[in-house]
Design a protein around this ligand. Structure first.
Ligand code: AMP
Length: 298
């Protein structure tokens, strides 16, 4: 099973289709809903007393292990974001850490054997605390965001050095390296330490750099995007969730994982927040996968 450490949040999201206030979000929430289509992910995180118990219950019903989610006095992490009308840009309007401010991830003892540890988007120093607690022989895959590249670059570099793989979006890859050509950016990030670099390119698909080779996948074509929030985290959930069940992490399993990430995230963007993921079944994923296979077959 995989272990994820990341944010569990309330989000306010504004885009061309409307505004949703204080809906459930967070990097590990999206990850866990997506990964639970394949396995029983374990979540370590913190929520405030205002977080709905029914969501924790629903996670449990989906096979997500929520024992590592602590409830602290105070308010849940809050993030507000606004998208440009063509979704090409996202502005973070508010980030209120609340209970997250003093979050010190504690990995339960029976969570320390998990094959893959996904370090979802949180401060790089917290990601490092997880690496220290779980021991170096896990397979670590990390995510990050522009905020940490801006304010915590050095710590972020240290984390990148200690992980096996990194999943990052195109803008972040460019910011991190100062390189505009993505193939070159991927090579540079790999030279920092990880054995694979996976770059998500939104509506342009995703690409992998592993063992000195590139692999590029198109997206599943969606004409209408309702809300891209969490697409990256649910891509990671589909990718790692699938990988968790494979005997070996190699070029083939990484590529197949990318296909699942692509398909799962194409559902996330069909509705605001986690709404589409809450209803999603493995069968829906497999049906769309058949269509996707036909699309890329030549
Ligand atoms: P994504 O669209 O995949 O990049 O992820 C969106 C999620 O990231 C939202 O649900 C937010 O709650 C969460 N998020 C935004 N800013 C942060 C942050 N600074 N730390 C952790 N999670 C965040």
């Amino acid at each position: 099973m995989s272990l994820v450490v990341g944010s569990i949040a309330f989000d306010t999201i504004k885009n061309i289709h409307g505004k949703r206030e204080r809906i459930v979000g967070g990097s590990s929430t999206y990850y866990a809903y997506a990964a639970s289509l394949f396995e029983n992910p374990k979540v370590v995180g913190v929520v405030g007393e205002d977080f709905p118990e029914e969501i924790i219950g629903e996670m449990g019903d989906r096979g997500i292990d929520t024992k590592g989610i602590e409830t602290e006095k105070g308010k849940t992490f809050f993030w507000e974001g606004e998208y440009s009308d063509d979704f090409s840009e996202r502005t973070s309007l508010k980030t209120e850490l609340n209970v997250f401010e003093h979050f010190n991830p504690k990995i339960p003892d029976d969570y320390k054997e998990e094959k893959i540890v996904f370090l979802a988007n949180i401060a790089p120093e917290l990601q490092q605390k997880v690496i220290e607690q779980t021991g170096k022989d896990r397979y670590f895959i990390m995510d990050t965001m522009n905020l940490w590249i801006n304010i915590s670059r050095e710590k972020l570099m240290e984390t990148i050095k200690s992980v096996n793989g990194i999943i990052i979006n195109d803008e972040e890859a460019k910011m991190l390296t100062g390189e505009h050509y993505l193939f070159e950016a991927a090579k540079q990030i790999k030279s920092l330490g990880p054995e694979f670099v996976l770059i998500k390119k939104g509506e342009h698909g995703s690409m992998l750099y592993f063992e000195d080779k590139f692999f590029v996948l198109p997206p599943y074509p969606k004409e209408v995007v309702i809300d891209p929030t969490g697409a990256g985290d649910s891509y990671a959930g589909g990718f790692v969730g699938f990988l968790n069940n494979e005997d070996k992490i190699n070029a083939l399993s990484l590529k197949k994982g990318m296909v699942y990430g692509t398909i799962v995230s194409s559902f996330t963007i069909e509705d605001f927040g986690i709404e589409r993921l809450r209803k999603l079944k493995r069968e829906d994923v497999e049906n769309r996968l058949k269509e996707y296979k036909e699309m890329i077959n030549f």
